[in-house]
Design a protein around this ligand. Structure first.
Ligand SMILES: *Cc1c(COP(=O)(O)O)cnc(C)c1O
Length: 362
């Protein structure tokens, strides 16, 4: 064995060595419908104005770690209840990692829980933080299995429970009463994180209900709304919780370019909201078209993607790939998702190209 292999073996954790890396395929020349990105850019004149603002950003200085202006705009324009503050992350991925790190006791078993299939970073972050991950299967129709969740909470006493609302990769909204039951069951032993990454498309939220539940954290991101490139996530919850998470947050985790771009985007949130409305209208159209295809099962979605089951996902993905359309094959994620694929809602033209290629694959 060469010495570098020895070095890796001697230094890197076995569980890290064993996992595959997060694979993002090169999308050059492809219609990219695999990552829930907004296909629309900001209008030309807004981009010019943003360019001028970015030119004035103080790149020689560290960001001011209080991020007061940006936080103020988020609280004012995104429905954060009065008296509640936000914690900012380099994407909500970082916020997930911060929370997992904060609860991963070193002297006893700490558990992170989520219904599965779920967003992969919930279990990854738990693992990297040194906590155990417990996945509780959804029901066959992808609804939350309330009885199973409550039983698992009683058995494993999770410190952190993630509930994506709407859920990724299934796209559906869990029943609000089921989520409430989970939050109540956790009481003062566990934190419930409602991950609202797709809130701009679902138009429903637990944010306004923070005052009802001291153990509730609501997390969101600007990524799916149209700013995936700037990497900004935020969460809100009780001040006492935010105070602890804040200690784990790297002090300058949000860079000044992101800060300027996010402040600018929030001043023009109406533009992004209109894009989300257009995407929702396309979601309705695409779901209806997909529903007409024999052998295709379309799952209800409140997000900017649709998950569906096809007769042969491998074959469909290969065909789409040859037509230069990238989608996600969910088959290997969970046995409930056998022959399921996930497609991001895009422009009418790209959606139609997807439909045509899909039909050809069936
Ligand atoms: C995309 C996604 C995120 C990650 O968002 P970033 O802010 O881009 O890191 C978080 N949660 C869910 C459920 C997602 O689908």
């Amino acid at each position: 064995m060469t010495s570098i292999d020895k070095l890796v073996e001697n230094t890197i954790r076995a569980d890290v060595r064993e996992i595959g890396s997060y694979h993002v395929p090169d999308a050059t020349g492809y219609i990219k419908l695999d990552a829930m990105e907004n296909p629309y850019e900001l209008p030309e004149e807004l981009r010019r104005e943003l360019g001028a603002r970015l030119a004035d950003a103080a790149l020689n200085r560290y960001p001011v770690p209080s991020y007061a202006t940006l936080k103020g705009k988020i609280c004012a324009s995104l429905g954060v209840p009065g008296g509640y503050d936000v914690l900012l992350g380099n994407g909500s991925d970082e916020l997930i990692a911060i929370m997992a790190t904060a609860i991963a006791h070193q002297d006893r078993r700490a558990v992170v829980m989520a219904p599965v299939p779920a967003f992969v970073m919930f279990s990854r972050s738990a693992q990297f933080a040194g906590a155990d991950f417990v996945g509780v299967p959804l029901k066959e129709d992808f609804s939350l299995d309330r009885e199973a969740m409550l039983a698992a909470i009683a058995e494993h006493k999770p410190s952190l429970v993630f509930l994506a609302y709407p859920n990724n990769p299934t796209g559906n909204l869990f029943d609000a009463a089921d989520i409430e039951a989970v939050i109540r069951a956790l009481g003062d032993t566990g934190i419930a994180v409602v991950d609202e990454a797709y809130q701009p498309f679902a138009r429903t939220s637990f944010m306004g209900r923070l005052p009802e539940f001291p153990n509730l954290v609501v997390m969101r991101t600007l990524s799916k709304l149209g700013l995936a490139g700037i990497r900004l996530g935020y969460l809100s919850g009780a001040a006492a919780l935010l105070e602890q998470f804040e200690k784990v947050r790297p002090p300058y985790n949000v860079n000044v370019l992101t800060q300027v771009a996010a402040e600018f985007a929030l001043d023009h949130i109406d533009v992004l909201d209109r894009q989300a409305e257009q995407l929702n209208a396309e979601r309705t159209r695409l779901a209806a078209e997909l529903g007409k295809l024999p052998g295709v099962e379309v799952f209800p979605s409140s997000a900017n993607f649709i998950s569906l089951r096809v007769p042969d996902a491998e074959k469909t993905c290969a065909r789409l790939h040859s037509e230069r359309v990238l989608i996600k094959n969910l088959s290997k994620m969970h046995k409930m998702l056998t022959n399921c694929i996930r497609v991001t809602i895009s422009t009418p033209d790209e959606n139609t190209q997807f439909l045509t290629a899909l039909k050809a694959s069936l």
